[in-house]
Design a protein around this ligand. Structure first.
Ligand code: NAD
Ligand code: UDP
Length: 326
């Protein structure tokens, strides 16, 4: 039932069947908007959007983000892109194509129909950062020819396109730099550290620590992140970004193994593997801008977010089933 004074918008979410995208689609539908979810299911799943599939305010467009389309929408969230290193390295040429041609296509659409457009950029634009924590003014330390470059440089080029559309055509842009986000609907085989550790812990398998485990990340629970994206989209036109969105609480991967062990309720064995190429040593968002300009900050601490994520994985695949499959 639309709320009083509520303006219903038509909103396109590219990558809407993915981990963050599906939570965003749900949030926007529950806020009373019409949502068009564009996805090619490269890493997303129909299961992620099953709860929305029959909702009258939800529509699925199954296609590549780089393929032309003609639509009238008020807002576009551009999330289409594999985000796990395992997946974006699987077809690096396609990753760069998705980042760059996808952004260009979505910007052309925004320009044609006068829509506001938000880019899901990433902390990876800071590369292996030499400034810590990372403020938006830091230009980064990125290898242009390494294993992660298809994603890092693709996302940097997408930011360039966003700012050039803003300067050249006056397109209403918003650029969010998202830091490591986790939560329900990560895939079992996603390859990112939180889902890997949880799935391994539930299976009673050793947790795979890459390198010495002393590298750091700062983990944001998905509901907090989605709230930050919506706040940024709704901010006035003077705020184009980039704006860091993430949880500044920073952990080593060894500390994360302990936190996952506690969430699962047992001691976990560890096994050490080589560190992948160009893996950043440290990462923590400076979110002063998001706090001041959006009045936004995360509220879910790691223990609470992990408990909810573990509950999700347990419900999907009961431990006995996981153990039977081993
Ligand atoms: P995800 O892999 O779960 O979701 C990406 C979605 O994009 C999937 O549904 C996938 O099928 C779709 N997709 C990929 N290529 C496509 C293409 N060419 N055409 C259409 N759809 C395509 O990843 P996520 O964690 O939900 O990330 C969503 C966005 O947020 C990505 O742009 C990612 O770069 C960004 N981001 C995420 C994180 C994080 O920690 N999760 C951090 C920084 C930035
Ligand atoms: N990592 C790990 N074990 C895993 C998966 C990842 O130790 O099973 C490490 C990885 O090398 C990195 C950190 O955890 O240092 C975060 O990895 P993830 O892929 O989740 O995110 P990103 O590297 O893109 O920040």
């Amino acid at each position: 039932m639309p709320r009083k004074n509520h303006v219903q918008k038509r909103i396109l979410v590219s990558g809407g069947a993915g981990f963050i995208g599906s939570h965003l689609c749900e949030r926007l539908v529950s806020d009373g908007h019409r949502v068009l979810c564009l996805d090619n299911f490269f890493t997303g799943t129909r299961e992620n959007i099953a709860g929305l599939a029959r909702h009258p305010a939800f529509e699925l467009i199954e296609q590549d983000v780089a393929a032309p389309l003609s639509l009238e929408v008020d807002e576009i969230y551009n999330l289409a892109c594999p985000a796990s290193p395992v997946h974006y390295r699987r077809d690096p040429v396609q990753t760069t194509r998705t980042c760059v041609m996808g952004a260009l296509n979505m910007l052309d659409l925004a320009h044609a129909c006068g829509a506001k457009i938000l880019q899901a950029s990433t902390s990876e634009v800071y590369g292996d950062p030499q400034v810590h924590p990372q403020p938006e003014g830091y230009w980064g330390n990125v290898n242009p020819i390494g294993e992660r470059s298809c994603y890092n440089e693709g996302k940097r080029c997408a930011e360039t396109l966003f700012f050039d559309f803003w300067r050249q055509y006056g397109t209403q842009i918003k650029v969010a730099r998202i830091f490591n986000t986790y939560g329900p609907r990560m895939q079992d085989d996603d390859g990112r550290v939180v889902s890997n550790f949880i799935v391994q812990a539930l299976r009673g398998a050793p947790l795979t620590v890459y390198g010495d485990g002393r590298q750091t990340r700062s983990f944001c629970y998905v509901d907090d992140l989605v709230d930050g994206l919506v706040h940024l989209m709704d901010a006035g036109p003077e705020l184009v970004g980039p704006v860091n969105l993430g949880n500044p609480a920073e952990f080593t991967m060894l500390e994360l193994t302990g936190a996952v062990g506690e969430a699962v309720g047992g001691e976990c064995e560890l096994v050490f593997h080589p560190l992948p190429g160009d893996d950043p040593r440290q990462r923590q968002p400076d979110i002063a801008l998001a706090r001041a300009a959006l009045g936004w900050q995360p509220h879910t601490d790691l223990a609470c977010g992990l408990a909810r994520t573990v509950a999700y994985f347990r419900e999907r695949q009961p431990v006995t089933e996981l153990l039977d499959g081993d």
